[in-house]
Write a protein that binds this ligand. Structure first.
Ligand code: ARG
Length: 588
């Protein structure tokens, strides 16, 4: 039996072929729309016949019947199918086909091979621009989503066979540095600096900012420091470099906790010497014009951006966010050969990116270059129970470092309740994984477009769609094998396995073979929550199976087939959680 990875996609292709084979009019326009079905109807359902037939004044049931009569032998061997209702086609996998899928996908590599076989991104190069905080400030809760969602998407794209470049586009250039340098020269506290340089720079910025607000003479001095920096003054550059270094090393501690490793950290300053070309090319292309001393781009075809300018050079001649982002696109295409770029940013930056995405194709077309696909992966805000952006009691931003520490402390309490018998050092190690994983997962499990309420009790819990629930399911399956002295997925464990039979075995197998659909939805729609939901349902189906059917039975062929199901569940849970960026545990 030839086994494909994504059964829904293969049914779709088979139905399209059938449409040609039975001579349907305009067969090439037929989209079968095969989706995973309500389990009462089967595993997959084709919904596309109705619309197609109606638009051509054909009877949908007749068309559906014609189609199933010419389905390929491979489909007929693997599925039972019926024409239902007004013209749906329902497909139910036969037990042998379920089993063949499980046999063919016994390793992460096999899953990845299947996943990249048909993925549109396979072989393409995608730059993922994520996290990208500004220097001189500690990361706060607002920086969580970009880092977590961006990392999951980078992993998902790579799993689908794309070449992924993780680029941290830090904000390390801007007007704030004049004030920090001014304050650094006058108000630096050595001891505080030695303890936590980034915290001290953050304080110095506040000092400089307040002083400049209060006294125009200070503002002038700060502006002069900025001009000196921009002109390459070695002393100011050295202070600026210190700010960058201490910021990056603080960021790195968070990235280590979140399991993030960037390929490149090319901040805004990297593009300083690359913006002149942008001004020139956009002006030559007739896209950019001078307006009140600034260089701006309008988009006449757009209702708002026809009159709201995209400022690409400020009136004082300085580069800005737009200039550097334009230069960054050119660099990513020229240097990385990017097929596309994902920008994982807060939805409040939508205007900037809309304007950038309108500008790039026009500019590239004018210069004879192929424009990359630019996609905004925007997300909502993390809020408190009242729907306001999450802050400390005193109204400050919650530092990410402190948030992750609290997550770990809360996870430690949870582990203590559940597994008091484990040695304390191990409970701490477990809490580190559960704590950070809970925060990551709570973010990813939401549709990223919405705001979400940050609630510790829901997030760090063994009940519901949480990291702890899934991590516990993983640990439980490991313990099944550990108790039997067996390795999950080992040939010896699965040799001689008999065919799947009981309702619980079949239900679990049916859920396992739908991993590709969840993966595809999460990857193509750039929405990890589809994968979260799938994994949550899989863990639930596994529990039902485990309660219904004893695994460690004496009957060797039955035991082997149940261990096979346990091993595939474990493989898919671990692979799925890893693709989301979470670490997993063997014991909890
Ligand atoms: N530094 C920006 C911020 O903190 C985000 C940068 C996003 N990436 C980009 N290429 N503009 O809001």
């Amino acid at each position: 039996m030839h086994v494909v990875f994504n059964l829904a996609a293969s049914l779709d292709a088979a139905l399209q072929q059938a449409a040609v084979a039975c001579g349907l009019p305009e067969a090439s326009a037929f989209a079968p729309e095969v989706r995973t079905a309500d389990p009462r109807h089967g595993d997959y359902q084709a919904n596309g016949v109705l619309g197609f037939a109606k638009a051509r004044k054909l009877n949908p049931r007749t068309v559906a019947t014609q189609l199933v009569a010419v389905l390929s032998p491979a489909v007929c061997e693997s599925f039972d199918f019926t024409v239902a209702g007004p013209g749906f086609i329902n497909f139910t996998l036969r037990p042998a086909a379920l089993r063949a899928w499980l046999d063919a996908h016994s390793s992460r590599d096999a899953l990845a091979r299947g996943g990249s076989a048909a993925a549109p991104v396979a072989g393409q190069t995608w730059v993922v621009d994520y996290s990208s905080p500004n220097t001189a400030k500690q990361m706060h809760v607002g920086h969580l989503r970009s880092a977590v969602i961006g990392e999951a998407l980078a992993r998902l794209l790579a799993f689908s066979g794309a070449r992924v470049i993780r680029d941290n586009h830090i904000g390390d250039w801007g007007t704030q540095f004049g004030k920090i340098i001014w304050a650094y020269r006058r108000h630096l506290e050595e001891a505080a600096f030695a303890r936590d340089p980034l915290e001290e720079f953050e304080r110095l910025y506040k000092v400089g900012h307040a002083a400049a607000e209060a006294d125009p003479a200070v503002l002038k001095e700060a502006q002069q420091e900025l001009v000196k920096l921009q002109a390459g003054d070695p002393d100011n550059l050295a202070i600026w470099k210190k700010i960058g270094d201490s910021s990056l090393s603080a960021f790195q501690q968070i990235y280590d906790q979140l399991g993030i490793r960037f390929d490149h950290t090319l901040g805004e300053s990297f593009y300083n010497d690359k913006v002149a070309q942008i001004y020139r090319e956009l002006t030559d292309a007739g896209l950019a014009t001078e307006s009140q001393g600034a260089l701006v781009v309008f988009h006449p075809e757009h209702p708002r951006f026809a009159t709201q300018p995209f400022i690409i050079r400020k009136s004082d001649g300085a580069a800005n966010y737009a200039s550097t982002d334009l230069a960054t696109v050119l660099y990513r295409v020229g240097h990385f050969h990017a097929t596309g770029v994902l920008y994982v940013v807060d939805s409040r930056q939508r205007d900037h990116f809309d304007q950038l995405f309108l500008t790039v194709p026009k500019w590239f077309a004018h210069t004879g270059r192929t424009a990359p696909e630019l996609k905004l992966v925007e997300f909502g805000t993390v809020t408190d129970a009242a729907g306001k952006p999450l802050k400390t009691k005193s109204g400050d931003n919650i530092k990410l470092k402190e948030l992750l520490a609290e997550a770990e402390a809360r996870a430690f309490a949870l582990v203590g309740e559940r597994s008091a018998e484990l040695p304390e050092a191990e409970r701490h190690a477990i809490a580190a994984v559960v704590g950070v994983g809970s925060v990551q997962y709570a973010d990813l499990a939401q549709n990223r477009s919405s705001d979400y309420i940050f609630a510790w009790d829901k997030m760090i819990s063994l009940d519901g769609n949480t990291a702890a629930y899934l991590l516990y399911a993983v640990a439980r399956i490991h313990s099944i094998f550990r108790k039997l002295g067996l390795t999950p997925g080992g040939n010896a464990t699965e040799a001689g396995a008999s065919g799947l039979e009981t309702p619980a075995e079949l239900a679990l197998a049916r859920q396992l073979v739908k991993f590709p659909d969840a993966l595809q939805a999460a990857t193509t729609q750039l929405r990890p929550h589809f994968l979260c939901l799938y994994l949550y349902e899989l863990a639930g189906t596994f529990s039902a199976f485990y309660n219904a059917d004893k695994v460690a039975v004496d009957d060797a062929p039955v035991r082997a087939r149940r261990l096979l199901l346990c091993a595939r569940t474990l493989l898919i849970l671990e692979t799925g959680l890893d693709l989301l960026g979470l670490k997993t545990l063997q014991r909890m």
